[in-house]
Design a protein around this ligand. Structure first.
Ligand code: SF4
Length: 362
């Protein structure tokens, strides 16, 4: 990793206060900022709310025995949502779901009833349906996949994603990840690396406030940077703050402070300053404070849906686009819509002909 600062200095920045914090912000000020802050107008479709993991901070996963839980959306329901999204001008179909959900007998049965033997076959067909029947571009975000599964899904996705969360194996013994074998960073880093080998434009990120140390935050950012240096496939990094909500195991845990987030976003920008990797901070989790992140290097608001809620953070509605534009303009930037794939990847090195033709229709 090339960066002007060594690991110790980066860790120290995470404790910076007063003058030192202002020094950090001054370092960011000297980086060449983009004029535009981007977002992707999407529809967020949870294919199943069942998940093999059980993260202490999760408000997405639901009990398969609860009658309101989405076990598996059928194609008719999905197509109806996609068509509605088209009417709203959405360009991205974001498919999210619990990891390895087909471990669950109810999900397995629902898959079999639809003629599939596993989740990957089903997801492939959902993306194929999207490409065949709508103008939307699929982006799949559903946890770890094998190399072969990624290769299959690459053919029908313009980009894919997986949150690293954190590269610390220590967290596997804490409330955050003790019941989540899929959050083993070795497995997640391998998935991200395999996506790189397969030339899949990729979104990843870190979750702040789940019990990690400052060193573990820096290690995580460096791990992502090393993968980017090797494969060049990371198009954006999400810096997401843990937000406690009632009913989760970590509901009484403190959320990171605004200054914690300012420090991490700034350091992410420092580490990636010589790249065109975007830094994304979800505006719905920081509505009152989101503008400040634009001055720390955040240049992307991520997916914003005019139609569906953020199922991962159901208590945090996305801002209306007019409001997001107002916030962005007020900080001196322009709001710009982007696709689920960043421009530099729209070529035959990264996409097959079908996907390229589809994108070129916009
Ligand atoms: S955070 Fe993701 S991986 Fe963890 S339990 Fe929830 S849905 Fe599953």
């Amino acid at each position: 990793m090339s960066c002007d600062f060594n690991k110790k200095e980066l860790i120290d920045f995470l404790s910076s206060q007063k003058g030192d914090l202002i020094k950090l912000l001054n370092l960011i000020k000297d980086i060449d900022f983009k004029n535009h802050i981007t977002f992707s107008k999407n529809v967020f479709i949870p294919l199943t709310e069942v998940c093999k993991n059980d993260c202490g901070y999760c408000s997405f996963k639901k009990d398969p025995n609860n009658e309101n839980t989405i076990i598996l959306k059928n194609k008719e329901e999905i197509l109806e949502l996609l068509k509605e999204a088209e009417k709203h001008g959405c360009k991205e179909a974001m498919f999210a779901f619990g990891e390895d959900a087909d471990y669950d007998p109810d999900v397995k049965k629902a898959l079999n009833n639809l003629g599939y033997s596993n989740m990957v076959e089903y997801i492939y067909d959902v993306c194929r349906l999207t490409l065949d029947e709508t103008t939307l571009l699929p982006h799949t975000n559903g946890g770890n996949f094998s190399y072969d599964a990624l290769e299959k899904l690459k053919a029908v996705n313009v980009s894919m994603g997986l949150m690293l969360e954190n590269s610390s194996t220590r967290l596997m013994n804490t409330v955050a990840h003790k019941n989540s074998p899929g959050k083993d960073p070795k497995i997640r880093l391998k998935t991200i690396a395999n996506a790189g080998k397969l030339r899949i434009p990729y979104t990843t990120g870190i979750l702040i406030g789940i019990g990690e140390t400052h060193e573990e935050i820096i290690d995580s950012l460096i791990a992502i940077k090393n993968l980017y240096d090797e494969y060049g496939h990371i198009q954006e990094i999400i810096v997401q703050n843990f937000t406690p909500v009632s009913g989760i195991e970590m509901e009484k845990y403190p959320e990171p402070s605004l200054f914690d987030m300012i420090r991490v976003v700034s350091i992410a920008k420092l580490i990636f300053k010589d790249t065109d990797v975007s830094i994304q901070v979800p505006p719905n989790l920081n509505l009152d404070s989101s503008q400040i992140f634009l001055l720390c290097g955040c240049d992307d608001w991520g997916g914003i849906s005019p139609l569906t809620k953020d199922y991962v953070n159901p208590d945090s509605p996305w801002p209306e686009l007019y409001y997001l534009e107002k916030l962005t303009n007020d900080a001196g930037f322009k709001l710009k819509e982007r696709l689920a794939i960043y421009e530099k990847y729209i070529n035959k090195e990264w996409l097959n002909k079908e996907l390229l033709d589809k994108i070129n229709k916009f």
